[in-house]
Design a protein around this ligand. Structure first.
Ligand code: SF4
Length: 94
């Protein structure tokens, strides 16, 4: 289930008629750790192309951009890619 499907299932997404992402979680969700980077890039580009052809793109983009950043789903949404901030130690600078 893609992030969009999940939001849809719990009633947090607007009606998005003809959404091209439905049932395509493998393209729209962020790649799992260990995925071949080329495969991940291919999926991301394919998802972006589907968004560009989606009849609900404008509505989806408006919904997505109205969400607080902390509540935006991860993955490809409305032609944009949302990744969690990387965590780790702060870098030392000389
Ligand atoms: S614009 Fe992309 S994420 Fe939004 S409904 Fe369409 S296919 Fe799904």
């Amino acid at each position: 289930m893609s992030a969009m499907d999940l939001f849809d299932a719990v009633g947090l997404a607007p009606a998005l008629p003809g959404a091209r992402c439905r049932g395509r979680a493998t393209l729209f969700d962020l790649a799992e750790v260990g995925t071949d980077p080329e495969d991940a890039e291919y999926a991301e580009q394919a998802a972006k192309r589907l968004c560009a052809q989606c009849p609900s793109l404008m509505r989806c983009r408006a919904w997505y951009e109205a969400l607080p950043r902390s509540r935006r789903p991860f993955g490809v949404v409305a032609g944009l890619v949302n990744r969690p901030k990387s965590v780790g130690r702060p870098r030392r600078t000389a």
